[in-house]
Write a protein that binds this ligand. Structure first.
Ligand code: AKG
Ligand code: FE2
Length: 268
């Protein structure tokens, strides 16, 4: 049987992931999470010419009092550039979900080179992601997303996903929406969509082959979330290539040996 040699622990986690299409867990390295959050708050304050905040979470939650929708995308891009230029950032991000990734994806992994950041101000309609799967847009079905909130994310301040059963129903009828569009798709499956409650201190790991997206943030505070893709290093790639979009992060010694090996020439 496939996976018959998995440990009990891996089997239990894997069954939960396959049933729901996602898992939500406490981060595996709280110090790294706090470091990322603190640095983001510092970068945001510097960008806005403010003093570094005492309470990073409250500052980030309230950023809509400092940044309006017109300046939001430039601000967001500056935040992404700032955090991705920290040499420790990707290792810290990986450490938040290291064991879970090993269990659900593998022990030789490729990681997205630059994590994305989503900032959603209360009531802002300008930066929404309609219902989609990443695979429709050129991602490999072997990719998962590690989604990380810097503030507590609940209801429309979070993202929604269709669990596998509802997703399968929607996928079977997808061609009906060529004309009707994905907003109609969302409406028709809205009752099945799960808005995932993920608080600061937790991460969400989800299967991006399932329909997901977000709506206008109807909460009173601003959403800050990272998303970053991981896949088995030797699983098939789609549009996002190794070396361009992805980078190997946990290659094992015998793989290095194998990749470097050249059969001796001229020896019979
Ligand atoms: O953060 C969201 O609302 C959606 C994220 C998403 O679509 C993704 O990470 O693939
Ligand atoms: Fe997505």
């Amino acid at each position: 049987m496939t996976g018959g040699f998995l440990s009990n622990e891996d089997r239990i986690l894997g069954d939960a992931f396959l049933k729901d299409g996602y898992i939500i867990r406490a981060v595996e390295d709280r110090a790294s999470l706090d470091r990322i959050q603190a640095r983001m708050a510092e970068l945001a304050a510097a960008q806005l010419k403010l003093d570094p905040p005492d309470d990073p979470k409250a500052f980030l939650d309230d950023i809509h009092s400092q940044v309006g929708p017109d300046k939001l995308n430039a601000f967001r891009l500056a935040m992404i550039a700032g955090i991705n230029s920290e040499p420790w950032f990707r290792r810290a991000y990986y450490s938040l979900a290291e064991k879970t990734l090993a269990s659900l994806v593998g022990n030789e992994l490729a990681m997205q080179r630059r994590a994305n950041l989503s900032i959603q101000l209360p009531g802002d309609e300008s930066s929404l992601l309609p219902a989609h799967t990443d695979t429709w847009a050129g991602d490999s079905p072997f990719e998962v997303v590690v989604w990380l909130p810097l503030v507590d994310c609940r209801a429309t301040k979070s993202m929604f996903i269709l669990p596998p059963a509802a997703n399968a129903k929607a996928a079977a009828k997808l061609s009906d929406y060529n004309d009707k569009g994905v907003e109609a798709l969302y409406r028709d499956y809205e009752a099945d969509a799960r808005f995932l409650a993920v608080d600061y201190g937790q991460f969400l790991l989800f299967d991006q082959n399932l329909i997901h997206g977000n709506r206008v943030n109807a909460e009173k505070t601003t959403r800050w979330t990272f998303n970053c893709r991981f896949k088995g290093l030797f699983t098939p790639y789609a549009d996002k290539k190794l070396g361009e979009f992805f980078e190997p992060i946990t290659m094992r010694p015998q793989t290095r040996v194998g990749l470097a090996y050249k059969l001796p020439e001229g020896f019979q």
